[in-house]
Design a protein around this ligand. Structure first.
Ligand SMILES: O=P(O)(O)OC[C@H]1C[C@H](OP(=O)(O)OP(=O)(O)O)[C@H](O)[C@@H]1O
Length: 383
């Protein structure tokens, strides 16, 4: 008996992580001896609408479809898209029918989170922005949250097991629970114990808002840890927040007025891109949680657009194999693949699987670089 209600990799791999009607579709088509060669496209919006989103999840999508008798093309992770397909499958329909559910799940959730993370990134491009939202999601997808955050250019993340999956070290500061365990009025003992106990490679970031005024706790932390103190984090609870920007400016002022200008200042607690813009000139960095981790998935669908080479899209969708293009002016164009695209257009749909073999490397850092460059090109989340 599995201790947790989690759909595991085996079910994803064997295709039972799917909607029941796809298994019934298999049964029906086999009964009728029908298995046409189709072109199916993953698309959110049929036409560009000016709203860009960041593509993530292609690595897992490729792993899902690897070994099937299909050809797959997709936009590279880290590229922005605005309408038209992000991934295309060509092959006998029954080869991949049951994998639609997981395919869309991989792409939809990761891309939604990555898009929100890119909004945070673009809101404070010079600041350290850390992904702290794993607590808001089911633990089985923590690595999806953190990978999507890194793909959007965030600087770090907090979830340890996600780091093991990604081969990167998780980071963070300290929770209120630690200080509460030392008792009201005894925050110094908590900050000092942290400094004494954790490894030398862990930044000494004192959380300074548990019981007292933020300025008061910050000055007490500076006095308690002296040169050992790297930064302070202020996470003022909403019921006491008032003018958060003023609080943070006051903290910075009072530290600097005492010559403690080498201690960094971090803010967290329900922050969104608007607040990051408002605060980025007064703090050194942010912990962002729910805005990223709780992002809505991108509403992708998989649609058959050709059957045995003939147009076949259902109502509301567009027939025919398509290509999508980025133009130097930041445009995103969708056209039939067998027609000429924009003369200065870069084709975005490129081979991922040929003859069942994955033919693309997936490099997270390269994807993050693409995301930041493409965001600049299209003006995503500008200013
Ligand atoms: O953007 P958010 O979703 O709000 O999460 C970001 C912060 C806020 C939260 O504070 P608390 O909930 O007070 O947690 P703790 O007491 O553990 O610091 C926790 O410190 C997270 O790192």
């Amino acid at each position: 008996m599995e201790p947790f209600d989690i759909v595991g990799p085996e079910a994803i791999r064997d295709g039972t992580a799917t909607d029941a009607y796809f298994l019934r579709t298999e049964t029906t088509l086999r009964h009728a001896d029908r298995n046409p060669t189709v072109v199916a496209e993953v698309t959110a919006d049929q036409f560009p609408d000016g709203e860009f989103e960041l593509l993530a999840g292609v690595k897992d999508a490729a792993a899902l479809l690897e070994g099937l008798d299909v050809d797959v093309d997709a936009i590279r992770e880290g590229r922005l898209f605005d309408g038209g397909p992000v991934l295309r499958i060509e092959g006998p329909y029954l080869e991949f029918a049951r994998f639609e559910t997981s395919l869309l799940g991989f792409l939809s959730h990761a891309s939604g989170i990555a898009t929100a993370a890119l909004e945070a990134r673009r809101a404070a491009p010079e600041s350290t922005v850390l992904s702290f939202g794993a607590r808001h999601v089911h633990p089985s997808i923590a690595a999806v949250v953190e990978r999507s955050a890194l793909l959007a250019g965030l600087d770090g993340f907090s979830h340890v097991a996600a780091g093991d999956v990604l081969g990167r070290d998780a980071g963070g500061t300290m929770p209120h629970a630690l200080l509460i365990c030392f008792g009201r009025g005894n925050q110094e003992a908590g900050w000092r114990a942290f400094d004494e106990a954790v490894g030398p490679d862990v930044p000494r970031v004192a959380l300074c808002d548990t019981y007292g005024d933020e300025v008061d706790e910050v000055l007490r932390a500076a006095a308690a840890l002296g040169e050992d103190l790297d930064s302070v984090r202020v996470d003022t609870t909403g019921s006491r927040r008032g003018d958060f920007r003023h609080i943070l400016r006051e903290v910075r002022w009072e530290l600097d007025a005492r010559g403690v200008d080498d201690v960094g200042l971090f803010a967290s607690g329900g922050l969104d891109p608007t607040q990051l813009r408002e605060l980025r000139d007064v703090v050194d960095g942010f912990g962002v949680g729910g805005y990223v981790s709780n992002a809505d998935p991108v509403d992708f669908a998989l649609d058959i657009v050709e059957v045995d080479g003939e147009p076949a899209a259902k109502r509301g969708k567009l027939s025919g194999t398509k290509q999508v293009y980025r133009t130097p002016d930041g445009g995103h164009h969708v056209g039939l693949a067998d027609r000429a695209g924009p003369a200065d257009g870069e084709q975005l749909l490129e081979p991922v699987i040929r003859g069942g073999e994955v033919v693309r490397e997936f490099d997270l850092d390269a994807a993050a670089e693409r995301a930041l460059a493409d965001a600049e090109t299209v003006g995503f989340g500008a200013a």
